[in-house]
Design a protein around this ligand. Structure first.
Ligand SMILES: NC(=O)C1=CN([C@@H]2O[C@H](COP(=O)(O)OP(=O)(O)OC[C@H]3O[C@@H](n4cnc5c(N)ncnc54)[C@H](O)[C@@H]3O)[C@@H](O)[C@H]2O)C=CC1
Ligand SMILES: O=C(O)C(=O)Cc1ccc(O)cc1
Length: 324
């Protein structure tokens, strides 16, 4: 039986592109995978990992004859990539992406989409702080959401075909308005990253002796921020350059709430602090109930040496996930 798509072209083959390649292949969702990227070292790495069937430094070669094209590059590169590939996109092709922002993606891609090509931007809400072709793994999208942001006049059949592709890789799919996506992601993903970059940046600016103590004793909240703040600098630069309005709106609310907490700390208002921390604990509970996290204790998770010697069940509960 033939796969739902004949030829998948992946433009960019880092964490997300390579995970799509592995998952699409594993689940028989495409007949062939063409990979294009900018640097020959990255392409060589993808080839060595056997991620695709054909490899090219020329995106037009990968896109020619593809019925599904997915941009997997930082959003700041979309304009130049699209200028290159637009002339060879064929009618009937679905053009999608995985970028972390969506209104900007519509704005930059839509005017260049040839007639007969369906533009259906997407965003898998799944990732890690690692990047590059070797960082990918086929299970990345399992039980994670993928948000699609088609325009109202996009072919429903094409939206369903792309949804089935993501479901085939284990995702749950929801469609959303791009501006709404950007507001939701500003608070659930973009600002948490900004806060992490900021707190780790504050430590980076501390005087040397205090800094080395913070690092030495970092088995606490700080450690978790360092994971997020290790995320790809170019990708995150582009997120903040292209989702400016929504980020600034949510950052305004965040700063107001921080000032309220600051005042409670300064005035010793224990009741206010306790009330706030009780509300946030309930949000954590709802994230777990929504299946986006487990209740397994995270602080004190084992190191690699513990994982190597631990029984399987312990590794499953504590060590799985992002670094797989
Ligand atoms: N890292 C994450 O956790 C997630 C990332 N995303 C989105 O996925 C996209 C890709 O991110 P990752 O795979 O994490 O990045 P990555 O850094 O692992 O891979 C990016 C790839 O794009 C290539 N590239 C960069 N500029 C290019 C250009 N001008 N032309 C051609 N290729 C170019 C790089 O060589 C690399 O192959 C981004 O738009 C990001 O917003 C979405 C969900 C999660
Ligand atoms: O590693 C993490 O904590 C993430 O938050 C991964 C992530 C990064 C960017 C996205 O657009 C979606 C998911």
């Amino acid at each position: 039986m033939s796969a739902p798509f004949k030829k998948l072209a992946l433009i960019g083959i880092g964490l997300i592109g390579s995970s799509i390649a592995l998952a699409a292949r594993r689940h028989g969702l495409v007949d062939a995978i063409a990979i294009a990227t900018r640097k020959s070292e990255t392409l060589d790495e993808a080839r060595a990992l056997n991620l695709g069937d054909v490899y090219s430094l020329d995106a037009t070669e990968a896109v020619r004859g593809a019925d599904l094209v997915i941009l997997c590059v930082p959003v700041g590169a979309y304009g130049s990539v699209m200028e290159t590939i637009a002339p060879v996109l064929e009618p009937g092709t679905i053009l999608s992406d995985v970028g972390s922002v969506k209104a900007f993606v519509h704005k930059i891609l839509a005017p260049m989409v040839p007639k007969g090509v369906s533009l259906i931007p997407g965003h898998p809400l799944a990732g890690t702080e690692h990047s590059g072709p070797a960082a990918g793994f086929a299970e990345l999208f399992m039980r994670r959401w993928c948000v699609l942001t088609p325009d109202a006049d996009t072919s429903q059949a094409d939206v369903e075909k792309l949804s089935a592709f993501w479901r085939g890789m284990g995702s749950q799919v929801e469609t959303m308005d791009p501006a709404h996506h950007d507001r939701v992601l500003a608070i659930t993903s973009h600002i948490p990253h900004l806060v992490a970059y900021n707190i780790v940046g504050t430590v980076a600016d501390l005087e040397a002796d205090t800094q080395s103590e913070v690092i030495k004793f970092s088995a606490s909240g700080f450690r978790d921020f360092t994971r997020i703040a290790a995320s790809d600098p170019v990708m995150w630069r582009d997120v903040f350059l292209t989702n400016r309005e929504a980020v600034l709106e949510m950052l305004g609310r965040f700063s107001e709430d921080l000032s309220v907490l600051q005042r409670a700390v300064r005035s010793g208002d224990g009741a206010a602090l306790e009330a706030m921390f009780t509300r946030t604990r309930a949000i954590r509970r709802s994230v777990i109930d929504a299946g986006q996290e487990t209740a397994a204790p995270d602080f004190g998770r084992p190191h690699q040496s513990d994982i190597d010697t631990a029984p399987d069940s312990v590794v499953r509960d504590h060590g799985g996930g992002d670094d797989a």
